[in-house]
Design a protein. Structure first.
Length: 232
């Protein structure tokens, strides 16, 4: 089991002493790694729907759940199918389900954008506002990665950090980073440790997600519009 994690949260929320802090939904998406590689019986096994692998080679299906109050799915099943159609198709041999999961209070205890578990890839909804608020400073690699896809960071008040997405940027981030990152976990049958699996999935997402769709050249402001979703 693998998750696409963000920064180092899971600390306490700060005291809400400013107008900005009292008016926002604090994001719990940034957290420390807490899951093992593939041990689905581990104590931290997430409260997710388990889809028993069929191993019948009939391809994958998409399951869509309601996103949850205050949340929205940021990509569509059609966008996911179109994006997966553009990766080398041997990468999809073990994929059987892509689930658009619902955000619940229970699931907020292991916040993430995406997860791979068995033969299923899970994509999680984002705040409807397309704003994520954090109560501790994000790690540099988290800032760098989100900015690669157009995320914008600022610090509206002491003790609060905000990550703001445009619709185009968050779609790019999910389709060409989160989805491909989790696919990398799915095909990784060699690494077992968390660090090695994350390193591989991050490399996979850069090679088959970011670079395969034009890298920084297609993501600069005012860049000439190009077809993004293609494979080299």
């Amino acid at each position: 089991m693998s998750t696409q994690r963000r920064s180092q949260l899971n600390g306490l929320r700060p005291k809400k002493t400013t107008r900005a802090q009292t008016a926002v939904r604090w994001s719990r998406r940034a957290r420390s790694p807490q899951f093992g590689a593939q041990n689905v019986r581990a104590p931290f096994a997430p409260p997710e729907d388990w889809h028993e692998p069929r191993n019948d080679g009939k391809g994958y299906r998409i399951v869509v759940q309601q996103p949850g109050e205050g949340y929205a799915h940021v990509v569509t099943p059609e966008q996911v199918r179109e994006r997966l159609a553009r990766v080398p198709q041997e990468f999809l041999n073990g994929l059987e389900v892509v689930q658009f999961s619902q955000m619940t209070r229970k699931k907020q205890s292991f916040p993430c954008y995406g997860m791979q578990w068995g033969s299923t890839l899970y994509l999680y909804p984002l705040e409807e506002s397309l704003e994520e608020w954090f109560s501790i400073p994000p790690q540099p690699q988290v800032v760098t990665e989100s900015r690669m896809y157009g995320g914008r960071w600022d610090q509206p008040a002491i003790g609060s950090w905000r990550l703001t997405w445009s619709k185009a940027a968050i779609e790019d981030f999910y389709l060409n980073n989160i989805l491909i990152h989790e696919l990398g976990h799915l095909i990784d049958d060699r690494n077992t440790g968390y660090t090695d699996r994350e390193r591989y999935a991050e490399w996979f997402a850069v090679e088959f997600g970011y670079r395969a769709t034009g890298g920084a050249g297609t993501r600069r402001r005012n860049a000439k519009i190009r077809r993004r979703h293609h494979a080299k």
